[in-house]
Design a protein around this ligand. Structure first.
Ligand code: LLP
Length: 432
């Protein structure tokens, strides 16, 4: 489990990624800008890798949706990561980053024929698995495979076990009221149907009950339910499965003194206990996981500059140049991110302050009633911490704002991995 200050630290009163001063990056590329630490991305990835070493075979399919910049994908792909995709656009990114097809899985409830075809035609044998979420999708994969002479499209069924992940309702996915996966009855029906389909091969089962999980208990229950389902499905299909995919990773810390999510050690230990050499499966199944946030959240910050202070009696508003279009999480989920000054300067008094952006919505607020220093003034730089996951990947152009630049710090060097959008980019494809 990572924390906001694991990869960004103060030295000589300025916030740095390794030895790189964030103020230097802001001066060169402007603000708002996302800054990612390569070390921050690789450390949790390697911790997961070593935690899973007790298994015979495993693949970490990084959830591209959490941070889909191709520079980030290349870094993780080169370290051995696969990819968990949810669209043809993400497939294009994974291909650009040279992530091999045998390490790619495709999740999501709404795959189109074009997206399925793109997955089938990557490499000689297509991607490792389409994680099927409905009977209709299974039929569509069959017909696309048949049309393109693909002998066996590799698929898995996504199981919805009706288990409460106890997370924010918007990111809970394993309950029967959620649109995701197949319930037990649907799954058994899909297996019966699959036996009759000539161009589809069912190789595995997958599960994903939610994101930002703060306890292992629901995951443990979900893994058990999956284990039972493996045996049931194998009996129905008449052949053994090759793999299980255990879904996204565990939660991370967003606040320095916030709730403590499970450690990566505890998480991987649970996986090895359920599917490893000492489990009833005796490691016969390959294990995939699809972590996003675990890897990218605390590897990134959003740099922003103070524009104005609106001083009021009860509380001040500090207006910054980043908005909810750049980082949507607080507005969408009410999530809290630590906010730190890039320079630890002279201290004033602490005053109740709302940190707000320029977008015309009252929800454009990165923190309400924060105790911020009254010395913070126009021109000062702030870092909105833990913004590496679901930050830039969810950014948009609301209020016709251009999306921020992205920077990757590697060792003592840094480089721009996405240019700030321009006003021309904003109008691209529009016509009078
Ligand atoms: N696999 C599947 C099938 C998923 O739906 C997700 C996330 C993941 C893996 C990765 O989960 P993670 O390891 O990142 O927890 N925008 C929200 C999070 C949405 C998560 C959607 N699915 C946020 O900012 O909190």
């Amino acid at each position: 489990m990572t924390q906001p200050l694991d990869f960004f630290r103060y030295r000589h009163r300025s916030l740095r990624a390794g030895s790189t001063d964030l103020a230097e990056i802001a001066a060169r590329v402007g603000t708002p800008a996302y800054v990612y630490s390569a070390e921050g991305l690789l450390k949790p990835f390697r911790e997961l890798q070593s935690g899973l070493r007790g298994l015979r075979e495993s693949t970490i399919c990084y959830a591209v949706k959490s941070n889909s910049n191709i520079g980030v994908l290349k870094l993780l792909g080169d370290a051995g990561a696969g990819a968990d995709l949810v669209s043809g656009g993400e497939l294009l990114r994974a291909r650009k980053a040279n992530i091999p097809p045998q390490r790619i899985v495709f999740s999501g409830v709404g795959k189109t024929a074009d997206e399925i075809q793109a997955g089938l035609s990557y490499g000689a044998h297509g991607i490792y698995s389409f994680h099927v979420e409905s009977l209709e999708e299974l039929e569509l994969i069959q017909s696309v495979a048949e049309r393109h002479d693909v002998k066996q499209a590799r698929t898995a069924f996504r199981f919805n076990p009706n288990i409460d992940a106890k997370t924010h309702p918007y990111i809970s996915t394993g309950l029967k009221r959620n649109k995701f996966g197949l319930n037990r009855a649907e799954l058994l029906e899909a297996a019966r149907r699959a036996r009759k389909l000539g161009n589809v091969h069912v190789c595995g089962l997958s599960i994903h009950i939610g994101s930002q999980l703060l306890s292992l208990k629901p995951l443990q229950a979900a893994f058990q339910a999956l284990a039972t389902m493996v045996l049931e499905i194998e009996a129905l299909l008449g052949h053994p499965l090759e793999f299980v995919d255990l879904g996204g990773g565990v939660g991370v810390s967003y606040e320095v003194r916030g709730p403590k999510p499970p450690s990566l050690k505890e998480y991987t230990r649970l996986i090895v206990a359920t599917f490893g050499p000492k489990s009833p499966f005796r490691s016969r199944l390959r294990v995939l996981i699809e972590p996003g946030r675990t890897i990218s959240a605390n590897a990134g910050v959003l740099l922003t500059r103070v524009l104005f202070r609106k001083a009021r009696k009860a509380k001040d508003f500090l207006v910054v140049d980043a908005g909810m279009n750049d980082l949507m999480r607080p507005a969408l989920y009410g999530s809290r991110h630590a906010v730190l000054p890039v320079r630890q300067g002279t201290k004033g008094k602490l005053k109740r302050t709302d940190l707000v952006g320029p977008v015309c919505e009252s929800s454009d607020c990165f923190g309400q009633d924060l105790q911020l220093d009254t010395a913070l003034a126009s021109g000062d730089l702030l870092a909105i911490m833990s913004s590496g996951a679901y930050g830039m990947s969810m950014a948009g152009n609301y209020n016709s704002r251009v999306r921020p630049a992205e920077v990757l710090v590697e060792g003592n060097r840094w480089r721009v991995i996405r240019d700030r959008e321009t006003l021309d980019d904003l109008l691209r494809g529009e016509h009078l």
